[in-house]
Design a protein around this ligand. Structure first.
Ligand code: Q9C
Ligand code: ZN
Length: 680
């Protein structure tokens, strides 16, 4: 079966006719321009023309009734013919909602647009997509409009997908800055829908100020464990806090859950400049979040607009999302990579609350949390003097114009030309299986060139022809990546360790300040990493005698289980946090002899490490491993990670190992922090 390709974009300007007709300082941020200016922004980056246009349609009454009461539908329907005074009166029955004569029609289009996207993705017409809709949906409830939302677009989509496609596991990720309490209520008792939401909470002071938005609301009855709330108790959360939440909370749960479809309640009020959210995350963080979610459900990802009230920030973030859905390289994340104390505390709390329900958390040490009812308001007092938070970040910049200027400059540094060719390879045995329009064949580097290159740092090598020639394909490919002619590349090599060492040295000489190397298997040569310009993580089966890990040369002893799928915990709990803390300019992935990981584990690594170094990766694989070469080439080309089969949790011993490594390195690599007890 051919892999689904293409990204759907759904937009209908009719949804911009819903607007506030009277003055209301609470609702006046939800403006039609949110939709039109996001679409204009997409056009200006030439993203619209790269997407598959899918028309919106009206959701049917039957579809709306999947989630809402008949009464709610009838009230909404009745507003179509009302005058302004009547509209205002009905609107006052709800917390933060306004009706316009076109609201009902727009809300039905918003539902229908969402379902059209689900159909396009589920039928395989496209791989993924985004729907730009208004009014948004995640606050609306069975019998009530709420928080600018009339019908719960995403909740209806999940019910629809269950019914029409017989899905048994759907993941909803709500990265809007508000709690989608509507979605929580609808699926609270439903184990087939895993709902994750982070939200500004401030110990219940922030709207909607519900007790049930806290981390201890884990679901009810059969749905226990399938509702994940991550409350932010401070404003100013930024890129590193969001990434830490993904590494240490959402992603491990999502991989264990193994969804068949992922739907994003995609509010961008969690982005910088938003007057509601007061957070600091910059647009490129949404590229990373999107990239992670693309690794689930075989890539079936539907992104549905919710909030987002700073027009420029919203537009840039929407563009980052769509660019990533299209498979473009992921831009480098900016800012200091360290989650703040308050974020780590929230992460720790939600992990502890979910420990009974998730295998990967089973052996986590949460004994220090004597009593989970030690609730937020108590912690708040304890932490009221912690004032070192966010001081390096742009804090409380609620000056819209200032943020606009910042974003303009910022995005100039972020958006980079996309190489038309993604992957470079040498035309060798097996490569015919992954040749496509995204692949460029490269000629091996010749002996004289190689000689002059390596003589600068490995002079003794120059004497040995055979060794020298074994570097030819790697160097030719690396050269293309360094010159930015391609984004990544794959080289077969009879001497993976040597090739990796030369790749590292050469890139540093080329001028790269930080090169990450993840080496799987026995690494016979270890370059000197003292200057900090290289970071090596060696995944190998046995402890190397006499070899101790240090900040820039870490040995991770890991042998994948027989089923070959307990590697997530190491990737998410250790490798990615270290890699994101380091912020490399290039990643080298090498597989040498005696690899202790299976093909799926290595492919996962390749897929996830593409979030780093603007997706620049050179993969070096021992030349005997044709099927591995093919899988890695696929992952580099952007194919989603192959399914992993039945989830096998890591053994207690392995959990302890990861924990010990986290303890050892979290002062140096701060994205490892996920508990306040350990050494902060
Ligand atoms: N004092 C979305 O982002 N604020 N909705 C109400 C009442 C309402 C946000 C404040 C914010 C609704 C989709
Ligand atoms: Zn919101």
């Amino acid at each position: 079966v051919a892999m689904a390709s293409g990204t759907a974009l759904i937009y209908d300007e009719k949804m911009a006719t819903h607007k506030l007709l009277w003055s209301d300082p609470i609702c006046d941020i939800e403006v039609p321009e949110r939709l039109s200016s996001s679409y204009e922004q997409l056009k200006s980056y030439h993203l619209v023309e790269r997407c598959v246009p899918v028309p919106a349609r009206e959701g049917s009454e039957e579809e709306i009734l999947l989630v809402h009461s008949l009464e709610h539908l009838e009230v909404a329907k009745s507003t179509q013919t009302m005058n302004e005074e009547e509209l205002k009166r009905v609107s006052e029955n709800y917390d933060a909602f306004f009706f316009h004569p076109s609201t009902y029609h727009c809300a039905r289009l918003a539902v229908g647009a969402t379902l059209q996207l689900v159909d396009a993705v589920m039928s395989g017409e496209v791989r993924n997509g985004m729907a730009l809709v208004r009014p948004p949906g995640h606050h609306s409830q069975r019998n009530a409009a709420n928080g600018f939302c009339l019908f719960n677009n995403v909740a209806i989509a999940a019910e629809y997908a269950k019914l029409k496609y017989g899905l048994q596991r759907i993941l909803i990720v709500d990265w809007d800055v508000h709690h989608g309490q509507g979605i929580q209520y609808i699926f609270e008792e439903d184990p087939s829908v895993l709902y994750f939401s982070w939200h500004r909470y401030e110990h219940q002071e922030f709207w909607p100020s519900l007790k049930e938005s806290d981390y201890d609301a884990v679901g009810l009855g059969k749905g226990k464990g399938f509702n994940i709330n991550l409350p932010w108790n401070k404003v100013g959360m930024g890129n590193s806090d969001y990434l830490a939440a993904f590494f240490h909370v959402l992603l491990p749960m999502a991989f264990e859950f193994d969804p068949e479809l992922v739907i994003v309640s995609s509010g961008y009020d969690s982005g910088i400049g938003d007057p509601e959210g007061q957070m600091n995350a910059t647009p490129e963080v949404f590229a990373h979040l999107t990239h992670f979610l693309m690794q689930l459900a075989n890539g079936k990802l539907c992104v549905i607009l919710e909030g987002g009230y700073h027009l420029k920030s919203l537009g840039e973030s929407v563009c980052m999302t769509v660019k990533t859905l299209l498979g473009d390289p992921v831009p480098q994340i900016t800012g200091e990579m360290a989650p703040c104390l308050s974020a780590v505390e929230s992460i720790q709390n939600v992990r502890a609350a979910h420990k009974p329900y998730w295998k990967w958390l089973a052996y986590e040490d949460t004994s220090f949390l004597q009593n989970l009812s030690t609730k937020s308001h108590l912690l708040k007092k304890a932490n009221s003097n912690t004032s070192t938070e966010h001081e390096t970040k742009i804090t409380n910049n609620n000056n819209t114009v200032k943020v606009e200027r910042f974003l303009e400059l910022h995005m100039k540094n972020i958006l980079f030309p996309v190489p038309p060719i993604k992957t470079a390879t040498i035309g060798s045995e097996g490569s015919e299986h992954f040749l496509s329009e995204h692949v460029q064949l490269v000629k091996e580097m010749d002996k004289t060139e190689i000689k002059s290159l390596v003589s600068g740092f490995y002079a003794d090598l120059v004497e040995e022809d055979k060794i020298l020639l074994s570097l030819g394909s790697m160097l030719a490919i690396l050269d293309k990546i360094l010159k930015k002619e391609v984004c990544n590349g794959i080289a077969a090599s009879p001497t993976a360790a040597l090739s990796a060492a030369v790749a590292l040295r050469h890139s540093v000489r080329f001028g790269f300040q930080r090169v990450l190397c993840v080496f799987v298997g026995d690494m016979q040569i270890t370059p000197n990493t003292e200057d900090g310009k290289m970071l090596i993580i060696n995944i190998c089966e046995k402890e190397q005698p006499g070899k101790t890990s240090c900040k820039h040369c870490i040995s991770l002893n890991w042998k994948e289980d027989a089923e070959g799928n307990d590697f997530f915990s190491a990737v998410l709990g250790f490798i990615l946090p270290v890699a994101y803390s380091y912020q490399p300019n290039l990643t080298v992935i090498a597989v040498g002899p005696n690899r202790s990981l299976g093909i799926s584990g290595i492919s996962l690594l390749v897929a996830l490490l593409q979030g780093l170094a603007e997706s620049r990766i050179v993969a070096v694989i021992e030349d005997t491993e044709i099927s591995l070469l093919q899988s890695v080439a696929k992952a580099l080309g952007g194919a989603s990670t192959p399914p992993f089969g039945i989830y096998v949790p890591p053994t207690q011993e392995k959990v302890k190992k990861i924990k010990a490594l986290r303890d050892q390195f979290q002062q140096e690599w701060k994205m490892l922090q996920c508990s306040v007890k350990d050494g902060i």
